[in-house]
Design a protein. Structure first.
Length: 243
């Protein structure tokens, strides 16, 4: 009988681990949206957000021997819920941190990014997703473009924040250097707002493209991650256990 493993995905790391384990273990992948489910073809998927109590009941009913948390670094609540709910070992996948980027503005939060943008002139490309778009609602949105996932909920968040359809870029990343450069040049961006999301989140490609497009990166810092394994460390451990 194969080992039962639960993987919380939603990132590039999650897809890598899902593809690594899908034939070796009895794998269930948990994703927040149906769009995430579409990216994991051929794998048992649990779709929908869960509270800590929901997770606890789910874990107990399924009898997993390992929970893998490969959620986004900014999904802090999900990570805390997993730790609270799990009665078996949890493997947390970390993204590597980055040193200070030269010629960039580094801020702690979306609110700080908004306050900085408010004092500037020139067009802005927001690449931080849809969840915090309401922060920017008071700005002159005629000079700001929001790049978000092609989901109804993301598009609705854009419109609720006041973005016109012409200023919404609905697309799935990570984006290549060339794609970022093309979008930055197309809107004549002077600023690129991004989270410090790690190499697998397309961070390097965004920073390189901003530099070559003449746009200043405005970087919202990565939350501290003190416990866990890098993707390379995790895949090595999982291969040792299951492959």
């Amino acid at each position: 009988m194969k080992s039962k493993v639960c993987l919380f995905a939603g990132t590039t790391e999650g897809r890598v681990i899902a593809n690594l384990l899908k034939d070796a273990v009895d794998l269930t992948v948990c994703v927040a949206t149906e769009y995430g489910e579409e990216l994991l073809d051929g794998i048992t998927v649990h779709t929908g957000r869960m509270s800590a109590d929901d997770m606890r009941a789910f874990f107990e009913s399924e009898g997993f021997e390992l929970i893998i948390d490969a959620t986004h670094p900014y999904a802090v609540e999900v990570t805390e819920n997993i730790k609270e709910a799990a009665s078996v070992p949890v493997m947390r996948i970390l993204r590597e941190d980055y040193k200070t980027i030269s010629d960039a503005v580094c801020v702690d939060s979306a609110e700080d990014a908004k306050n900085f943008i408010e004092k500037t002139d020139g067009n802005v490309l927001l690449t931080t997703g849809s969840k915090e778009l309401s922060v920017y609602a008071g700005l002159d949105l005629s000079r700001i473009w929001a790049r978000v996932l092609p989901l109804d909920s993301s598009l609705e968040a854009c419109r609720e924040a006041g973005f016109d359809d012409e200023h919404i870029i609905a697309a799935q990343g990570p984006f290549s250097y060339e794609e970022n450069l093309e979008q930055l040049k197309k809107i004549n961006a002077k600023y690129l707002v991004t989270k410090m999301s790690g190499k697998s989140g397309g961070f390097d490609e965004k920073i390189r493209a901003a530099k070559d497009a003449g746009a200043i990166p405005v970087i919202i810092g990565l939350p501290p991650q003190t416990e866990g394994l890098t993707l390379d460390e995790a895949t090595a451990e999982l291969k040792r256990r299951y492959l």
